[in-house]
Design a protein around this ligand. Structure first.
Ligand code: SF4
Length: 739
């Protein structure tokens, strides 16, 4: 195993790509000497280490990756890159990449085939499925947002089911904000005087630009409070860390709201003009005092009141950060948690205010003009998102990823495309997820031999690595506020190393083999040029300048039309009560809802998880450099509070057995894993915490294979009915010393 210190790795970031490129017999010193004479080219791109899309410059020498530099113009990273960026870039040379199209020949067995054979066979199977009038049974799953190209194929065949990874990540947040506000607002860290973060760790699930803004805010005297069961990386730089009992943030938020209202600290003018459902919320929560919240969440009532008062004193330049992954997807009450977050902020009157919450700035991209096509009527959503009697309030733009095997077993999905997504590792219960292999057709489009490809794909169609391809421009907007829209774009920096293709060419190949004429009558270059045109930019200017800032300021103005509030909600106002959520006996407003399960016995813990700054996702888990950093920090250990560890006789570094009972579809089994423990005071005693992104079980990913455990191993694949979340922190595990 390669050993390298984190410090050496980060210092050597400039050379990481080149160094990782070294095959066994490669003479590195000669390569460096020879390359020294070669010119360096500099190409703009965007990082693929997470969905932040940090803009970067790729330096190439001798046709090989030489170094990376963050683009100083990008508000998402302000010239910096996190460790993951270097590790993931170096993975372009990782021997565990898929090197050409593959066809399954047995469990975990594949044979190389030609692209032509792959296209012909996939097209044949897909055509058969569609001919049986079941076009609705074709689904596309992807990690990110909408891929236009995939959507075009789905539209062409009448398939409605496009699914993102959001239901395994933060779909409750997007759903609540969309329905209550009609928009996803972002925190204006640059101008805030008081910032409250609950369930959001910008220094762990790192965003370099956010952290730089937070540290500058701290320097100018802004107060930072972090609420988290664990002393997360962000809490380390905060003024206060409040170790809340896991699963009780809703009580804390409601306690804040109660204090703001009962002490008349809220922005009455804003509420009167721009809020719908205030009375309904207050009537349902008038007895839920800070004292009541304190009994539940382990934060003293006086502290809850003090925070509410400080928020109000600094409003509107104060916010409760709108949150992300853990809180906003992983509890049965996640939708109500996200609703309460909206309400606390609205009570502060900080919407569309500098220092409060602002809309994400997005450039107004142009569009290619394409001939109109005659397309069939769409079939029903195969995942149940937005479908009456199933999950009517789940956003169809996000879908439900984690119950795909059940949808296949029910005959609702027959063909499944999985693009840049690894649900076998990132969705709950991998043993259950493996049953996706039973679909008539499963096509995975990855770059590496991830678990989903190995265990479920009938065909693997490898995509160019991100450094090898051009991608259409994207907005940098989202999560944190910036005054001007920005656009970033990927240009190919390296020649493709393997027999891979661009997604557009993969879909062109399938469409042509299906005899669908001219579905994609354009190239990526043509599409990108059309998108950039209204911004006054061209491919050349983007290539020369990198990140583009558009001179059209985002104004701090609440949307108003004809003198009336004009949010895109039903009433045009911020809706404290959501009519659509009045399902299954629920109210439209959030009220205290206890977690589904709670630990009781001495050896029981709630299992929670979070990110590390150097290793956090499926795509970072097989990097030799990032794993070396991880090893130097014992990064894969499970955290346990010292008082609980003492009772179980567990010492720092001991191996323990973690078990959970998984029940699904009438079957039950016990999952049992071993993991080393980090014993600490810096975690609420009621839970154990594991870092995400470990526990690879694809034997073809040799670096990450069987390193640490993954929270998804212990969670059943459930669906939270309002937003489709996967509730993976509603899991109680037992822990015992030894194996
Ligand atoms: S936060 Fe790190 S991994 Fe994510 S895009 Fe930025 S540099 Fe890459």
């Amino acid at each position: 195993m390669l050993t390298i210190s984190r410090r050496t790795f980060l210092k050597a970031g400039a050379l990481a790509g080149a160094a990782c490129a070294v095959p066994a017999a490669f003479d590195f010193p000669s390569f460096v000497r020879g390359a020294a004479e070669q010119p360096v080219t500099k190409i703009p791109s965007t990082c693929n280490g997470c969905s932040t899309n940090c803009a970067l410059w790729v330096y190439v020498k001798n046709g090989r990756l030489w170094k990376l530099e963050g683009d100083p113009k990008s508000m998402k990273n302000e010239g910096r890159l996190c460790a993951r960026a270097y590790g993931v870039a170096a993975d372009v040379y990782n021997p565990d990449r898929v090197t050409g199209p593959m066809k399954r020949t047995g469990e975990g067995q594949f044979s190389p085939i030609s692209w032509e054979q792959a296209f012909t066979e996939i097209a044949g199977k897909l055509t058969k499925i569609i001919d049986k009038d079941t076009a609705g049974a074709v689904a596309w799953m992807a990690h990110g947002g909408k891929e236009t190209y995939a959507q075009m194929l789905l539209d062409e065949i009448g398939a409605a089911t496009y699914i993102t990874h959001y239901s395994t990540c933060f779909t409750s947040k997007t759903n609540a904000w969309d329905k209550m506000v009609g928009n996803q607002l972002t925190s204006d860290i640059n101008r805030a005087r008081y910032m409250l973060f609950a369930g959001r760790n910008y220094a762990g699930g790192i965003m370099p630009g956010a952290m730089r803004k937070i540290m500058r805010a701290k320097d100018r005297g802004a107060k930072i409070v972090v609420v988290d069961p664990r002393l997360c990386e962000l809490a380390k730089v905060a003024d206060e860390w409040l170790p809340i009992r896991p699963g009780t943030d809703l009580a804390f938020f409601l306690g804040l709201a109660h204090t703001l209202i009962s002490e008349k600290l809220y922005d009455e003018k804003f509420v009167k003009e721009y809020v719908f459902g205030f009375e309904e919320f207050w009537n349902a929560n008038r007895y839920f005092t800070a004292e009541k919240a304190a009994e539940i969440c382990d934060i003293p009532a006086a502290k809850i009141r003090a925070i509410a008062r400080e928020l109000a004193k600094n409003a509107p330049a104060a916010f409760l950060e709108p949150g992300y992954h853990g809180l906003h997807n992983h509890y049965a009450a996640s939708t109500q948690i996200a609703q309460a977050n909206v309400i606390v902020n609205a009570l502060l009157g900080n919407f569309y205010k500098h220092g409060g919450l602002m809309p994400a700035a997005g450039p107004k991209f142009g569009k290619l003009t394409l001939p109109k096509r005659l397309q069939p009527e769409k079939g029903e959503r195969a995942d149940g998102a937005g479908v009456n009697n199933e999950y009517p309030t789940v956003e169809t733009s996000r879908g439900i990823a984690q119950h795909m095997p059940d949808r296949i077993a029910a005959g609702k999905v027959k063909a499944l495309f999985i693009y840049h997504f690894n649900p076998l590792r990132t969705a709950p219960d991998p043993e259950y997820q493996k049953k996706m292999v039973k679909a008539d057709l499963v096509v995975s489009i990855p770059v590496d031999w991830n678990e989903t490809s190995v265990h479920t794909a009938h065909y693997i169609l490898p995509e160019h690595y991100y450094l090898e391809r051009m991608d259409a421009p994207k907005s940098t907007g989202g999560n944190i506020a910036h005054d001007y829209p920005q656009a970033v774009m990927r240009f190919p920096a390296l020649k493709p190393l393997h027999n891979t293709k661009h997604l557009l060419d993969i879909l062109k190949g399938i469409a042509q083999a299906m005899k669908i004429d001219d579905l994609y009558p354009f190239t990526v270059e043509e599409e990108a040029a059309a998108m950039l045109k209204p911004l006054g930019a061209t491919l050349d200017t983007m290539k020369d300048n990198g990140c583009l800032e558009v001179a059209e300021a985002v104004r701090p103005e609440f949307p108003v039309k004809d003198g009336k509030p004009a949010l895109t909600t039903t009433t045009g106002k911020v809706e404290f009560s959501v009519g659509a959520f009045k399902l299954h006996g629920r109210m439209g407003v959030p009220v205290w809802t206890p977690p589904l399960v709670s630990p009781k016995a001495e050896n029981e813990f709630r299992l929670i998880h979070g990110k590390q700054p150097w290793h956090s996702h499926s795509v970072t888990s097989n990097s030799p450099y990032l794993m070396a950093v991880s090893k130097s920090y014992n990064g894969s250990r499970m955290w346990m509070n010292r008082s609980r560890a003492d009772k179980l006789g567990v010492r720092d570094g001991d191996t323990v057995t973690v078990e959970a009972r998984i029940e699904h579809g009438g079957e039950a089994r016990t999952v049992s894993k071993k993991v080393a423990v980090k014993v600490t005071e810096m975690l609420h005693p009621e839970c154990v915490w594991v870092p995400s992104g470990y526990g690879n079980f694809s034997p073809r990913q040799k670096v990450g294979y069987q390193q640490g455990v993954n929270y998804n191993d212990f969670a059943p694949a459930r669906v939270e009915p309002l937003s489709g979340g996967c509730m993976v922190q509603e899991v109680i595990v037992t822990v015992r010393k030894g194996g």
